[in-house]
Design a protein around this ligand. Structure first.
Ligand code: SAH
Length: 238
């Protein structure tokens, strides 16, 4: 089954962008996912193809018009299309790996990329848009946020990652940050690889990695841990 993304944007040339490369790019070529762009400006009706106007109540910047955006959404997502309609927005629920997994298990998504000061509130309500944030900072437009969201989704689609195993061990997948990684050479600038990793004892390696994950998470992201997480025998890596 192909995951079908429809991206509503004033800058369709920004897609697939980075998603046309590497794993996501090859998956796109194979047809594991599809990336359709819809130019919001095509749905403006006046001679100047106006998509925005000044904010009601005054203030700086411009606001994307509800009527124009709604026509673009109705075109991309006609009645019967059950894909979730997402609006990239700093006011949205912060994106996390569990929402990414949920989206990746569906048939696709409509991604609306805001610009200017944002979009008219009435189209958010009238077209049932779910606001999704990629973090507590302000971007100049939703395109980079949509690219982030799609990258996270596409790598989870069946067949996209060469080694299906590696997906399950990433940071956040088990509620923890990932343990440190090493590779050859065995010694670099006087720094060696922790001996346990080259011991060949898989049980010990797994235990070391779990302890490292726990201690890293406790130090850097205590918010990810619930109060009952074990802390005995943790061994700091740095
Ligand atoms: N005035 C708005 C910000 C507008 S930024 C506010 O203060 O909330 C312009 C557009 O960039 C937004 O409509 C949104 O689509 C996108 N954007 C900016 N920051 C984002 C973020 N952290 N996550 C997702 N989208 C974002």
């Amino acid at each position: 089954m192909t995951f079908h993304a429809s991206i509503l944007t004033l800058y369709p040339d920004m897609f697939p962008g980075p998603l046309g490369h590497s794993l996501a790019g090859r998956a796109l070529e194979r047809g594991d996912w599809a990336c359709e762009t819809v130019q919001i400006r095509d749905f403006a009706t006046d001679r100047h193809k106006t998509v925005d106007d000044t904010p009601a109540g005054g203030g700086a910047g411009m606001v994307l018009r509800a009527d124009v955006l709604a026509r673009a959404i109705d075109h991309a997502s006609p009645a019967g299309d059950n894909r979730p309609r997402l609006l990239m927005s700093p006011r949205g629920k912060p994106l996390d790996q569990s929402r990414v997994r949920q989206l990746a298990s569906g048939t696709g998504a409509i991604l609306v990329c805001g610009r200017f000061e944002g979009v008219d509130q009435r189209v958010i309500e009238g077209r049932d848009l779910e606001e999704v944030s990629i973090g507590d900072y302000i971007l100049s437009g939703g395109e980079v946020a949509a690219t982030v969201l799609l990258d996270a989704i596409v790598r989870l689609l069946p067949g996209v990652m060469g080694n299906a195993e590696s997906g399950a061990h990433e940071s956040f997948e088990n509620g923890l940050l990932e343990h440190p990684q090493y590779t050859r050479p065995a010694e670099w600038e006087g720094r060696t690889i922790p001996a346990i990793l080259t011991s060949g004892n898989h049980a010990k390696v797994a235990e070391w990695q779990r302890q490292q994950s726990l201690s890293l998470t406790r130090r850097r992201r205590p918010d990810l841990l619930d109060d009952n997480a074990p802390n005995e025998g943790e061994d700091d890596c740095s």
